[in-house]
Ligand binder design. Structure first.
Ligand code: XLS
Ligand code: CA
Ligand code: CA
Length: 437
């Protein structure tokens, strides 16, 4: 097979003192952390759409990134070469998982039948490459947002014909994800949302979205697909009001439509911050409600109000994220998928390696910090102490509903003003820094 990244050999772990930008300083795949290998904790994935289809295009100009695997007028030849390049990249990087949209891996043709045929051709090749390399599919998904037919949404489109098209596409994408042994299947809202209520029936659109998801659940059962269904929240972009705004919003939606048994969430760092939340807040909400499924590991730019999808680089963020993930029992069928793209000026193939190596190291260091924080019980004990009042008889009586307003009023009249305790936030922040330095 042709080599698309001849300048790179396999990325090795060289330890924290290494100055080699193409070596891991913290990610040692087989190193054990809290009784589990780093590989099994972190379950890193590469996002096909950004890493292999990203061109650096922005609203002011077309792509800047040229790749030899794109160099053909035949779209299926490009798809074929790109898939080979992708697996060469996965192996050289030492990554265990990949993720894709149907239209990333095989180009759309003039009819759905022809498009599906193209997809089958590429999926057969991907299956072989997976078997040859041991790289696995973390999740598949459908791109039901780029084509012009989906300009007003897929499942929430005002026209049933477009709903039907989306359903057909999702059906096929679930089939190929199943064929490739995918551990999950993601539903990101795409253009499920609206820009103005002057032309939108929001309640009806949400009913339709739930219907589409219910059909997907039925079909999953029918074909015996055992992967986890995931919803990926995002508050805005492309529409002004995306329906799957944040984790809390998705949780309410799943409950209302009786879908909670079948879905977990795929939390993206950049979508959390766009919704005005910390990445860790969204993760913690999911852990607390038993709905953390998987993670899109990237970052936004807090100065910018859009989805910049940058590679994670903040040890603080990855430490806090891994702390919550570990406390929640870790990733099981999910993983850390780098849904991140190179900047427009990072045009070299080697930049893809720098980006992923750095991001993997950043999460590996975050994992080690978080494990230490958990083993030391520093924050666990502090939080326990802060809520200790609830473990007294009095607290227990409230928590178990044994006493109500009358008793609480009596207690307060008898005991008067409560003594208040400091939250010691600054001290805790200093203690966190002790783990980061
Ligand atoms: C877009 C989303 C998308 C999903 C998969 O903002 O992050 O890439 O992860 O459709
Ligand atoms: Ca994402
Ligand atoms: Ca994003």
């Amino acid at each position: 097979m042709a080599q698309y990244f001849p300048e790179v050999t396999k990325i090795a772990y060289e330890g924290a003192d290494s100055k080699n930008p193409l070596a891991f300083k913290h990610y040692d795949a087989d190193e054990m952390v809290m009784g589990k290998s780093m590989r099994d904790h972190l379950r890193f994935g590469v996002a096909y759409w950004h890493t292999f289809k990203g061109t650096g295009a922005d609203p002011f100009g077309p792509g800047t990134i040229l790749r030899s695997y794109n160099d053909s007028d035949d779209p299926m030849k490009v798809a074929d070469m790109t898939l080979e390049a992708a697996f060469e990249f996965y192996v050289k990087l030492g990554i265990d998982f990949w993720c894709f949209h149907d239209r990333d891996i095989a180009p759309e043709a003039d009819t759905l039948a022809e498009t599906n045929k193209r997809l089958d051709t590429i999926v057969a090749k991907a299956k072989k490459l997976q078997a040859d390399t041991g790289v696995k599919l973390l999740w598949g998904t459908t791109n039901a947002f780029s084509h012009r037919r989906f300009m007003a949404g897929a499942g929430t489109n005002p026209q049933p014909e477009v709903f039907a098209y989306a359903a057909s596409q999702i059906k096929k994408a679930i089939e190929v994800t199943h064929e490739l042994g995918g551990e999950g299947y993601v539903f990101w809202g795409g253009r499920e949302g609206y820009d103005t209520l002057l032309n939108t029936d929001m309640s009806r659109e949400l009913d339709h979205l739930a219907l589409l998801l219910q059909m997907a659940v039925d079909y999953k059962k029918k074909i015996g697909f055992g992967g986890q269904f995931l919803i990926e929240p995002k508050p805005k972009e492309p529409t002004k009001h995306q329906y799957d705004f944040d984790a809390g919003n998705c949780f309410a939606f799943l409950q209302k439509y009786n879908l909670l048994d079948y879905f977990k969430l795929n939390i993206e760092a950049n979508h959390a911050t766009l919704a005005g939340h910390d990445f860790q807040h969204e993760l913690d909400f999911c852990v607390g409600n038993g709905i953390l499924g998987s993670v899109d590991a990237n970052r936004g730019d807090l100065m910018l109000g859009w989805d910049t999808d940058q590679f994670p680089m903040s040890i603080y963020e990855t430490t806090m994220a891994m702390y919550t993930i570990l406390k929640g029992g870790g990733l099981t069928t999910g993983g850390l998928n780098f849904d991140a793209k190179l900047r427009r000026q990072s045009v070299d193939g080697i930049d893809l390696f720098y980006a992923h190596v750095g991001a993997m190291d950043c999460f590996a260091k975050g994992l080690k910090n978080a494990a230490k924080m958990i083993e030391d019980k520093t924050f666990e004990n502090a939080v326990k102490a802060r809520y200790a009042g609830w473990d007294t008889d009095f607290g227990k009586q409230i928590e178990t509903g044994k006493i109500g307003f009358d008793e609480l009023e009596k207690y307060t009249l008898e005991n008067g003003e409560p003594e208040i305790n400091s939250g010691h936030q600054e001290m805790f922040e200093n203690m966190l820094n002790d783990y980061l330095y």
